[in-house]
Write a protein that binds this ligand. Sequence first.
Ligand code: TYM
Length: 331
Amino acid sequence: MEGAKKRVFSGIQPSGMLTLGNYLGALRNWVPMQDEFDCIFSVADLHAITIRQEPAAFRRQILETYAILLAVGISPEKSILFLQSHVSAHAEMAWLLDCYTQFGELSRMTQFKDKSARYSSNVNAGLFTYPSLMAGDILLYQAELVPVGADQKQHLELSRTVAERFNGLYGPVFTVPEPYIPKVGARVMSLQDPRKKMSKSDENHNAFVSLLDKPDDIIRKFKRAVTDSESEVKYADGKDGVNNLMGIYASVTGKTMDEIQREFEGEGYGVFKSAVGEAVVDLLRPIQQEFDRLIADKGYLEACWKTGAARAARLAGRTLAKAMKKIGFIR
Ligand code: TYM
C-alpha cells in the first residue's frame, strides 16, 4: 500500500440504494484505478445524517452500500475500504476545517442551495458545513486524485481552496487534490425529468435505476423514460431525455454517439429504449449476483470493514496530528 503510487480517495453516501448514476459517474472508475494507484474508498455515513435517516433503514443502507462496493469490484486487499464513522479523525478534521472555511464560500455551494430548498423543514448546520467534512475526508489521506461525478466538482474546488489556505498559513501540510471526472457518464440525469441529475433520494422511483432493481423493473423504467415528441435517436440541443439515454447507452456499451445514431436509424424511440434497458440489465446482472452472495455473509463484511478502518485510522491519524500541531494544540 505504501509507495510511490499516487493516492486516490473517494466516498459515497449510504443515503439509499446506489443508482446507475453513482455507478457510471464514480464507482465504475474506482475499480480499474486500484491497479494503478493507492486507493482509499469510504462509505460516507457521517455525511448521510445531514438528511434525517430512520435508524433501522440507515443501518441496512450502510451495510448494503459496503456490500455493493465489494460487489462492483473494490478489493479489500488492493484498497482500503472503510466506514467513515469508524475513523474518528474525520469528525475531528471536519471541525478544524470548519474554522478555515468561510461562511460565504459555503453559501455558494449549489448542493446546499438545492438541498435546503428540498428539505426546508430541516436546514441543519451539518447540511451547510458538509463540504468541510468532505474536504477533511480527502485531505486526511493526502489524496492527489478524487474520482467523482460532475456534481461534486464544486465541493472539490472548495477542498482545494481550504487546503491551499491552510498550507499558506502553516506550510505544506495537505496535498492539494485534483478531481478525476469521466468523459462519459459524469452526469446521468433523471429518467423522469432529464434536466435534474439522477438521485437515489428521488421520491419518484421511476426517475432512477437502482443497482439492485430487478430486470423487469429496469426495462419498464427505461420504457417509461421521458423523451420528446420527435422520433429520431439523435444527440442534439433540446433533446435532454434522448441525450441522457444515449449517454447511458454510450457509457455502458463504449459506443460513440455517431455509432448509436446509426444503430437506431429509422427505428424510433421504443426499440432504442428497450436496447438501453437490456444493456443496463446485462451490466448489472453479475454485480447483483455478487451482492446477493456477499450480503448473506455478514462476518466477512465485518472483517473487511474492521481491517479497512484500522488501516485508514493509521494514515488519517498522522495527518490530523500534523495539522493540530501546526495550529498550536499541545500534543
Ligand atoms: P454521492 O453519495 O451523492 O454520490 C457518490 C458518487 O456518485 C456520483 N454521482 C453521479 N455521477 C453521475 N451521475 C449522477 N446522476 C450521479 N449522482 C451521483 C457523485 O458525483 C459521487 O462521485 N459528498 C459525496 C460523497 C463524499 C465524497 C467524499 C466524495 C463524501 N466524502 C470525499 C469524494 C471525496 C456525495 O454526496 O456523493
